[in-house]
Design a protein around this ligand. Structure first.
Ligand code: MG
Length: 381
């Protein structure tokens, strides 16, 4: 079997997909993307294609080694995401060529269903309560919310009270049998995170995410020590070497993104590394169907898995939804807050290729919002 063609598709709302074709008719799909840098990653996939065209796709690890190391300069979001999408496509081909799902190739399933969570937005507590109620109605048993919108690096008393108040409102709707996670997005500084986290503990969030920005990783251990709330991080870390110090700092939950951190191959290793620190895996995935499908395959085969993010209904998905690009929406149904395991081969999802090709003709220029403080200075999003 040889790889004969590699194509990329820029599809709304903000994703990039890749399609790897072989001379035996087996086709693999992946999602190599950094949100807001999709065209840059597309160029990287084009460059990396030189290493794959004409090759047998099935020695996935061998390709991963070459794709990540052969050009001398390594790592970072763009290259690691380009490799991630290609790695997903190679695993998809490996599974399809044997007629088995990828989780069978990862050692077989350790669970029958995967718990998923969805985002809730809204600054106004009443609006937020309605959003949570709608998520519960959809079947979800867990949600994630931002701690705050635009907030000072050193949050004010009013801002801190608002954070606690919003979480209290969400907890009230959820009751004790459902969960909420809080994403800090690194919006305020480490000292403020240390002040805020103990105030959240009475409301028992499942975890608090990115209390410090990745560049302040050296402060993470202090934050973990001061926090009764389990700390999660990892959507902006791109490989096991970057997860190691975070795990040593004591994070409870590792959140690699299957489309950023080197794909199935590397996230599988990050999960294993996390296990040695008794940390759980909750992959980041506000992305499309292939990123989610790849995440699920890892979740089915990974013992220290906690919960999976998924983007259906997320506020970014204004122009298109995850299900617009698949023929089998059932693959992503979560009737009891869980997506159930199937034996569908490869990544376990059937791509609507016509829809993908059509969407690529429109493309997108999605960019993250750029926020400012009242004084005009830059604010973290
Ligand atoms: Mg996050």
């Amino acid at each position: 079997m040889k790889i004969t063609r590699i194509e990329t598709f820029l599809v709304p709302p903000r994703w990039l997909m890749c399609r790897v074709e072989t001379d035996e008719g087996v086709v693999g799909w992946g999602e190599p993307v950094v949100e807001g840098r999709a065209e840059t990653v597309r160029a990287a996939v084009g460059e990396l294609s030189d290493l794959l065209l004409g090759q047998d796709p099935r020695p996935v690890e061998h390709h991963w080694q070459r794709l990540t190391k052969a050009a001398f300069y390594r790592g970072g979001p763009v290259l690691s995401s380009a490799v991630a999408g290609l790695d997903q496509a190679l695993w998809d081909i490996a599974g399809k060529s044997l007629g088995v799902p990828v989780h069978r190739l990862l050692g077989g399933p350790v669970r029958d269903k995967v718990r998923v969570y969805g985002w809730v937005g809204g600054d106004d507590p009443a609006e937020l309560a309605d959003a949570v109620a709608a998520r519960v109605e959809s079947g979800l048993t867990a949600v994630k919310m931002n701690a705050a919108g635009v907030v000072g690096r050193s949050a004010t008393v009013r801002e801190i009270d608002a954070i606690v108040g919003r979480l209290a409102g969400v907890r009230e709707v959820l009751g004790p049998d459902r969960d909420v996670a809080v994403d800090f997005h690194g919006r305020f500084n480490a000292a403020t995170a240390r002040r805020v986290l103990p105030l959240l503990e009475p409301l028992r969030p499942m975890f608090a995410e990115e209390p410090v920005l990745p560049e302040y990783g050296h402060l993470l251990a202090d934050v973990v020590r001061s926090s009764p709330v389990p700390i999660a991080t990892g959507e902006r870390l791109f490989g096991r070497s970057e997860f190691l110090p975070a795990l040593q700092a004591g994070i409870a939950v590792a959140q690699p993104d299957l489309s950023h951190a080197g794909g199935i191959s590397e996230v599988r290793r990050i999960a294993s590394l996390a296990e040695t620190y008794d940390a759980l895996l909750a992959p980041h995935c506000p992305l499309g169907p292939l990123a989610l499908a790849a995440s699920l395959q890892v979740a089915f085969a990974t013992p220290n898995f906690l919960i999976q993010e998924q983007s259906m209904g997320i506020h970014y998905n204004r122009d298109a939804e995850l299900l617009d690009y698949v023929l089998d929406a059932d693959a992503f149904a979560f009737p009891d807050g869980h997506i159930h395991r199937t034996e569908a081969p490869g990544l376990g999802v059937e791509v609507d290729e016509d829809a993908v090709r059509r969407a690529d003709r429109t493309g997108h220029r999605w960019r993250p919002p750029v926020w400012s403080h009242d004084d005009g200075s830059f604010a973290e999003w």
